[in-house]
Ligand binder design. Structure first.
Ligand code: MD6
Ligand code: FE
Length: 216
């Protein structure tokens, strides 16, 4: 048998530059999707997905949880990383080995050879959920990249500049795509447009995004 027989079902990974410092590794996580989903289910059993409050007091449309030694949290006091889940008071679940290995392989493939993430944010989008333009700037070391894994329904990622009003590129992200960004792109504004109706073969009517960071 040749790889071509599977060309439709399992696209080969491809690297697409977005802007300086950011690339999409198309289909990079596809071969690991089943083990990623098993690990996601184990994490969300221990630390359930929840819609956190923004500092402005509104609930986010995206439900989130975390694994790793640090987790991203939001409440009326602002955004920060915390070692404990504020709902349970327990440490966040450990980062599953399949998560860490995938994040490190993706980072290495784009030239970040010493990426050791200590935080993985799990975002769950249902139809209509969105993430407004923001910068990721709560991490301690901006020389480290962020690795972002998309699973489930496709979404449109907005990729802006260093000022909120800068024009944005729109990058479609599908199940299995991995974005690695760092360097000059690290502090660019970005967001996710409202998730369109659909049903993904594995995940149904949702999109799950994993973002790996060196937060501490
Ligand atoms: C998402 N991602 O894709 C939201 N931030 O659902 C992010 O906000 C993000 O994907 C920094 C780096 C990569 C990301
Ligand atoms: Fe972000």
């Amino acid at each position: 048998m040749t790889a071509d027989l599977f060309a439709d079902a399992a696209p080969e990974p491809r690297t697409e530059p977005i802007v300086d410092g950011a690339v999409v590794l198309r289909a990079f996580a596809l071969a690991d999707d089943a083990s990623l989903l098993t690990a996601i289910n184990a994490v969300i059993t221990q630390a359930p997905l929840r819609r956190m409050q923004t500092p402005g007091g509104l609930p986010m449309s995206v439900a989130i949880t975390n694994c790793g030694s640090l987790g991203w949290v939001s409440d009326e006091r602002g955004y920060r990383y915390a070692a404990h889940d504020p709902v349970s008071g327990q440490h966040w679940p450990a980062m599953p080995a399949v998560f860490l290995q995938l994040a490190q392989r993706a980072a290495t493939a784009t030239g970040f050879v010493d990426f050791v993430p200590d935080a993985c944010l799990i975002n769950r989008y249902e139809v209509g959920a969105r993430m407004s333009l923001h910068q990721d700037k709560n991490e301690g070391d901006f020389s480290q990249p962020i690795v972002s894994v998309s699973l489930g329904l496709p979404a449109v990622f907005q990729f802006g500049g260093l000022v909120r009003g800068d024009r944005t590129l729109r990058v479609p992200l599908a199940h299995g795509d991995v974005v690695v960004w760092g360097g000059d792109a690290r502090l660019r504004f970005h967001g996710v447009l409202p998730l369109k109706t659909g049903s993904h073969a594995v995940l149904g009517a949702q999109r799950i995004n994993l973002t790996f960071r060196k937060a501490g």
